[in-house]
Design a protein around this ligand. Structure first.
Ligand code: C5P
Length: 350
C-alpha cells in the first residue's frame, strides 16, 4: 500500500474508483471444507472491463446508492456476488462498524455505473464491494486515523467476510487465489501486448451455490478427469510467477479453456450452455472457456481489436441462428482485454 492519502473534501471532489471484472484462467476445486465451502486453486486476472464508482458525502443521514448502466435485477444473487448494489452498501456499513469512533464515518452517496454483466461469473458485485471498501477508507481518512497497517488489516478482514471473491480485488492485479478465496498471492502482470478477450454472457442465472451443489451431489456434474485441472492451475501459477509473456498465454488457451472444475456443473445448472459453447467453438475455431461458476464464456485473442472482430462474428451468428444462446434476452457480447505490463513508451523526442 502507498502512503496514507490526505482525505479529500468529498463535497469538492468525489472519490472515484474503477471496479474491474475478473477472469478465472484456471479454477480447480481441491476439496470440501467443514464449513461447506470449497477450497480452490485459481489463477485470476482483472480485466479492462470495469464498473465505475463515485463516492461523495450524502445530503441526508443515510447511505444512498444510484445505479446507471446495466440494471441490477432486484434480489439478484446469481454468482455469489450477491446483488452488486447491495454489496456496495453492505461494504460501507461493514466498514463503518469496523473502524470505530475515532473516524468520522459520514453518510455516503454512491454513484455506480455498471458495465460488467451482473451475476455472470465475472465478479462484478465483489469488485464493486472491494472498490467501495477502498474508497470509503480514503474518503473518511481512515488510514490517517488508524494507521496504514491497521487499516489494511481491517480492509482485508472485511473483504473476506463480504464474499469469497472480494479479497482478490483488493490485490489490484493478477493473483493465485487459494483457500475459499481469502488467500491471495499476487502475481506479476503479463509481459507484452495486452491479450484480447471476448466475453459471451447468456442472460440466464447460474447461481454459485447451485453450481457448487451440483458439483458436490450430481455425478454428471463432476469433472471426468479429477486432478488434471489442479495440475494445470499449479503449472500456470509457476509459469506466471516466473514472468509469463502474453503470447505464451495465448498458446495455452486450449489447456486453460478446459481448466475449470465447475464447467460440467454449470452445464447441468444452465441448460443450453454446453450447446452455446460448442456453437462458439464451431464459429470462432478457438478454445472457449467458462469463467468462475459461469455462465460467462470466454475466448482469448492476441488483441482487443481481434476480439472485437470476433464479437461481430458472434453477433452475426446469433442473428442468423447458427449460434443459439439460452435465456430470454440475447447474450451480452463484450470485447475487452487483460491488462499487461505497460509497454515502454518511445521517447517522443524534441
Ligand atoms: O462467498 P460467496 O458469498 O461469494 O459464496 C457464494 C456461495 O458459493 C457459497 O455460499 C457457496 O455455496 C459457494 N462457494 C463455495 N466455495 C467457495 C466459494 C463459494 O462453495 N470457495
Amino acid at each position: 500500500m502507498t502512503e496514507p492519502a490526505v482525505p479529500k473534501d468529498p463535497r469538492l471532489s468525489p472519490v472515484v474508483r474503477l471496479a474491474p471484472a475478473k477472469l478465472n484462467l484456471t479454477l480447480a476445486v481441491v476439496g470440501r471444507r467443514v464449513d461447506g465451502l470449497h477450497d480452490l486453486h485459481s489463477v485470476m486476472t482483472p480485466l479492462a472491463l470495469a464498473d465505475r464508482l463515485s463516492l461523495a458525502r450524502a445530503h441526508g443521514s443515510s447511505d444512498t446508492l444510484h445505479v446507471t448502466g446495466r440494471p441490477i435485477p432486484v434480489g439478484e444473487d446469481g454468482d455469489g456476488d450477491g446483488d452488486g448494489g447491495n454489496l456496495v452498501l453492505r461494504a460501507v456499513a461493514a466498514a463503518r462498524a469496523a473502524i470505530g469512533p475515532d473516524v468520522d464515518a459520514w453518510p455516503c452517496a454512491v454513484l455506480l455505473n455498471k458495465a460488467v454483466p451482473v451475476a455472470a461469473g465475472l465478479g462484478g458485485g465483489s469488485s464493486d464491494a472491494a472498490a467501495m471498501l477502498d474508497a470509503v477508507f480514503e474518503a473518511w481518512g481512515a488510514e490517517l486515523a488508524l494507521g496504514a497497517a491497521s487499516a489494511t488489516g481491517i480492509r482485508a478482514t472485511l473483504a473476506a467476510r463480504i464474499g469469497s471473491d472480494v479479497p482478490f480485488f483488493l490485490a489490484g492485479g493478477p493473483a493465485l487465489v487459494t483457500g475459499r478465496g481469502e488467500s491471495v498471492d499476487a502475481l506479476p502482470r503479463l509481459v507484452g501486448p495486452a491479450p484480447g478477450l471476448l466475453l459471451v454472457t447468456p442472460s440466464v442465472a447460474a447461481p454459485t451455490p447451485r453450481v457448487f451443489a451440483a458439483f458436490d451431489d450430481d455425478p454428471a456434474a463432476r469433472p471426468s478427469d479429477q486432478g488434471s485441472v489442479r495440475a494445470a492451475s499449479e503449472h500456470l501459477a509457476v509459469e506466471w510467477r516466473g514472468g509469463l509473456r502474453s503470447d505464451a498465454l495465448l498458446t495455452r488457451a486450449g489447456v486453460l479453456a478446459s481448466a475449470n472444475d465447475l464447467a460440467a456443473a454449470a452445464d447441468v445448472v444452465v441448460p443450453g450452455l454446453r450447446a452455446l459453447r460448442r456453437a462458439l467453438v464451431r464459429s470462432l475455431r478457438r478454445p472457449v472457456g467458462l469463467s468462475g461458476s459461469g455462465p460467462t464464456l470466454w475466448v482469448l485473442y492476441a488483441s482487443e481489436a481481434e476480439a472485437r472482430v470476433a464479437s461481430a462474428v458472434v453477433a452475426a451468428g446469433l442473428a442468423d441462428g447458427s449460434i443459439i444462446a439460452p435465456g430470454a434476452e440475447p447474450p451480452s457480447v463484450i470485447a475487452t482485454n487483460i491488462p499487461s505490463e505497460a509497454p515502454v513508451m518511445e521517447d517522443a523526442g524534441s
